[in-house]
Design a protein around this ligand. Structure first.
Ligand code: SF4
Length: 313
């Protein structure tokens, strides 16, 4: 549930993006239970290195995530990112055999209702504890994972076995690598039932420089969303935040809605635009969430300008 934080000062976008979020990989830490966050939602890793559980508002329940970027490397440096890159990672490389084992065991625990033994799940309604999907996501950008195709193969092979209940697969991406050959190969393994959720927070390069802080141009992100959304539906994920108490000014929101309209007019199938905000301060500490009223205003503007379905989460 999003609570209210006063903010009434627009951010002034400025050009001059920095490039990538890179970090030195420290020595591998031991695996173990741990909690972290994914855009405001507590993640639980059980005893896993790669597979985690989260009760996700946008999934409307239990989401099982596969972290394809255990090294925490991302080609964006979003101002609101909740990945704490000062903390050592649970793993420094992707071990797909371990991914398969962890995912199978986690799905078994979910199916057998064993999550109730954990304090953070004990008192949740049953509807929240039934599996909504398995995500390919992570502490970075999954399409930048060199083993993306192999990771999709690993997960879809497990799904095709009789060892786990069938599940929907969702790729959560900043869209920067959707055109990469190995990503396109991986996406060919997706069924029509599976989904792609792509990030689009802004409508101008200036705002992207301020919010996503990447060398990847906005036009590249838009082109990649269109490339995929002409072939299969793509859900758009848009996070709005206040930086030092300042939010994006109205013209930037209108430009963002115009980009969505242009995508739709160019043939992109976008069944839903998810509008939400950072629920918790980022490790950088200067981002705060927008209140429900402001998010609802943005959703109305998206609906009015683009004609797309937009919901606040
Ligand atoms: S794309 Fe995701 S992981 Fe990368 S910096 Fe942005 S919020 Fe963080």
């Amino acid at each position: 549930m999003i609570s209210c934080v006063p903010d009434s000062h627009p951010i002034t976008p400025a050009s001059g993006a920095k490039t990538t979020t890179r970090r030195q990989i420290p020595a591998k830490s031991s695996a173990g239970g741990g909690a972290d966050t994914a855009q405001g939602c507590a993640r639980t890793f059980l005893n896993n290195r790669y597979v985690y559980l989260v009760i996700s508002p946008r999934a409307r329940g239990l989401s099982v995530g596969v972290n394809l970027n255990p090294d925490k490397v991302c080609n964006f440096d979003c101002v609101y990112c909740e990945v704490d890159r000062a903390k050592p990672p649970l793993a420094d490389s992707l071990d797909l055999t371990a991914v398969a084992q962890e995912l199978e065991e986690t799905l078994r625990q979910v199916a057998n209702d064993e999550l109730r033994a954990l304090a953070q799940f004990r008192n949740l309604p049953q509807a929240l504890l039934s599996l909504k999907h398995v995500t390919l996501s992570g502490d970075g950008e999954p399409t930048q994972c060199p083993a993306f195709r192999e990771a999709v193969e690993t997960v879809t092979h497990l799904r095709a076995s009789s060892r786990v209940p069938f599940f929907r697969l969702v790729l959560i991406t900043n869209a920067s690598g959707l055109d990469l050959p190995h990503v396109q190969e991986g996406l060919r393994l997706f069924t029509p039932f599976d989904e792609i959720w792509a990030k689009l927070d802004v409508g101008t390069q200036e705002a992207m420089n301020l919010i996503n802080r990447t060398a990847v141009p906005l036009q590249k992100v838009l082109d990649n969303i269109l490339l995929v959304a002409r072939k299969r539906p793509v859900v758009i994920q848009s996070l709005f935040t206040a930086i030092d108490g300042r939010r994006l000014p109205e013209p930037e929101i209108l430009a963002y809605a115009e980009r969505l309209k242009e995508l739709k007019d160019a043939g992109a199938e976008i069944p839903l635009v998810q509008i939400y905000s950072a629920n918790r301060p980022s490790p950088k500490g200067h981002c705060r969430h927008l209140d429900l009223r402001e998010l609802s205003t943005i959703a109305r503007q998206v609906r009015a300008i683009s004609g797309l379905n937009a919901e606040v989460f």
